[in-house]
Design a protein around this ligand. Structure first.
Ligand code: COA
Length: 282
């Protein structure tokens, strides 16, 4: 993807702010935007300067969902292209984000509709403006919450709330989004960016390897039974200890038990204190 037209990336202090950037269409997601978001997320996952990715909407709205003109009507006559774009749309909005190797936050302001619930629920955390307006509006214009929306909404929040909002299509605000489990934190609009950045900085203070293993383990065990989860988590713990370049486990124990320099309830251990010995020359 050469030049970005419907996505804007702003990088500062280890955080990549990724904006859906069609403000004149309330950031409705058209085929090009899906292509650009998929390519952008791939690039940022491999970008060493990016520690946390924040997804937001340009111009005061998160996203009005799928573009009804260009995504739905526009792709109706072209089955092959429709399949390709649907694949890309599901890729970044769910598969790629769900197992992303870096922490991800959605920052929600203004409208958040329909298909935008996918990236909302695939990301690790959501910070919302109290007066943001959410709607699973599909039922109001003749379709079901398709792609994976019905599935991820049913899986993510209490079933009664999921059914209510999917079947009624009623709008709700950011405070309600926190109450039912769509979002973590609701703040007044003028505090939204600062609160989101504060969360990103908290995440950056932790060991990236341990954080990645933790979030991916939390996700993977959701569909396992107890036996599978126990076995899987044991293996992940061993793999993490063996592969962690910062030796986080040893560093944490040393700082707590020997140096008495931190308390894990209140802060992360200090990074970079126990790097592995340098490889010998020759
Ligand atoms: N698809 C395509 N275009 C959209 C869109 C969508 N999902 N949402 C908004 N737009 C377009 C409008 O058609 C309008 O385009 P125009 O200026 O060429 O007429 C422009 O964005 C601004 O939208 P408008 O409706 O005038 O803004 P508003 O502030 O009055 O209302 C919404 C905003 C989001 C409440 C309203 O646009 C809406 O209901 N959109 C559909 C949301 C939806 O149901 N999405 C689910 C899709 S899965």
């Amino acid at each position: 993807m050469s030049e970005l037209k419907h996505v804007k990336v702003v990088q500062r202090d280890g955080i990549s702010w990724v904006y859906l950037n069609r403000p004149e269409k309330k950031n409705a997601m058209n085929p090009r935007l899906h292509e650009e978001m998929d390519a952008t997320l791939i690039a940022l996952e491999n970008d060493t300067d990016t520690k946390v990715v924040i997804i937001a909407g340009a111009g005061g709205n998160f996203s009005a969902g799928q573009d009804l003109k260009e995504f739905f009507r526009g792709l109706e006559g072209d089955a092959a292209e429709r399949k390709r774009i649907q694949g890309l749309a599901n890729s970044w909005r769910w598969h790629r984000l769900y197992m992303y190797s870096k922490p991800t936050i959605c920052m929600v302001d203004g409208f958040c509709a329909g298909g935008a619930f996918m990236q909302l629920l695939a990301s690790d955390f959501v910070v919302t403006a109290e007066d943001a307006v959410y709607s699973l509006s599909e039922v109001n214009w003749g379709i079901i919450p398709g792609a994976l929306v019905a599935k991820v909404v049913s899986d993510s929040i209490l079933y009664r709330h999921a059914l209510y909002y999917a079947c009624l299509g009623e709008p709700f605000d950011g405070k309600e989004a926190v109450r039912v489990g769509f979002a973590n934190i609701a703040v007044p609009k003028d505090e939204l960016e600062a609160k989101t950045e504060e969360l990103a900085k908290k995440l950056m203070a932790k060991s990236p390897q341990v954080l990645r293993a933790t979030k991916q383990a939390m996700r993977m065990v959701r569909t396992m039974d107890i036996q599978q989860a126990g076995d899987y988590l044991g293996q992940v713990s061993l793999a993490l200890k063996a592969s962690d370049p910062e030796k986080s486990y040893d560093a944490g124990l040393q700082q707590f038990l020997d140096k008495k320099s931190f308390r894990p309830f209140f802060e992360p251990f200090k990074l970079g204190t126990m790097l592995p010995p340098a490889k010998k020359e020759g």
